[in-house]
Design a protein around this ligand. Structure first.
Ligand SMILES: N[C@@H](CCC(=O)N[C@@H](CS)C(=O)NCC(=O)O)C(=O)O
Length: 200
């Protein structure tokens, strides 16, 4: 299985964190989102460029992070999707909330004039979570796609920004930032190569 992704792309990071949580082995191929797709993908998606794309087999290619997350969830053990109807619906809601912050996350990572304002906007959005954040993960006692979707955003915040978060959100953000899958994906310079199944 091959994942075409880009190191600073939040959608790619979301997929990579989920694959790490599921302990899935795959080959990672760094692909500039604005570069044309390689021959191997041409004619297998409705796009000519863009990431992430998961090539499962030559005749099964997934090109959307949400579809990839759901497919991986049903194809591998250890679900990140709550099985109960209500927590599952909440996990979808949090995923939507998280993805709305991806544009701001990209601006922070890009640096430049907009970066500080983008980080401030992320802190403001995360602050609104305070009344609904509990002592564990966003939905229930296990990490879910809700946390995984917000993780790329939470992981790139400066320490100063984290300190501005209200207490409960800050504690949750600390759990997310300390998660091995999140550190592996968001802190490393690792790009090309294969991601072996977890040894540690
Ligand atoms: N809905 C897609 C969005 C992915 C996305 O916007 N990726 C960006 C890079 S972070 C991209 O490929 N942009 C170039 C393009 O879409 O052509 C998903 O969830 O995977």
């Amino acid at each position: 299985m091959k994942l075409y992704a880009y190191r600073n792309c939040p959608y790619s990071r979301r997929v990579r964190i989920a694959l790490a949580e599921h302990d899935v082995e795959y080959d990672y191929v760094e692909l500039d989102p604005d570069a044309p797709h390689p021959e191997e993908l041409v004619g297998k998606t409705p796009m000519k460029k863009g990431v992430p794309v998961l090539l499962v087999r030559d005749d099964f290619v997934l090109w959307d992070s949400t579809a990839i997350l759901y497919w991986v969830d049903s194809a591998y053990p250890r679900s990140l999707l709550p099985s109960q109807r209500e927590p599952q619906a909440l996990a979808y809601a949090w995923s939507g909330f998280g993805m709305k912050l991806y544009g701001k996350m990209k601006k922070v990572l890009a640096g430049g004039d907009d970066a500080a304002a983008a980080e401030k906007a992320i802190v403001e959005a995360l602050t609104t979570m305070d009344p609904v954040v509990g002592n564990a993960w966003l939905v229930g006692s296990e990490i879910s796609i809700a946390d995984v979707t917000l993780a790329p955003v939470v992981a790139i915040l400066s320490q100063k920004a984290v300190e501005k978060l209200p207490e409960k959100v800050r504690a949750w953000a600390g759990r997310v930032r300390a998660r091995p899958s999140v550190r592996e994906v968001c802190e490393s310079d690792h790009t090309e190569g294969s991601r072996p199944s977890h040894a540690a």
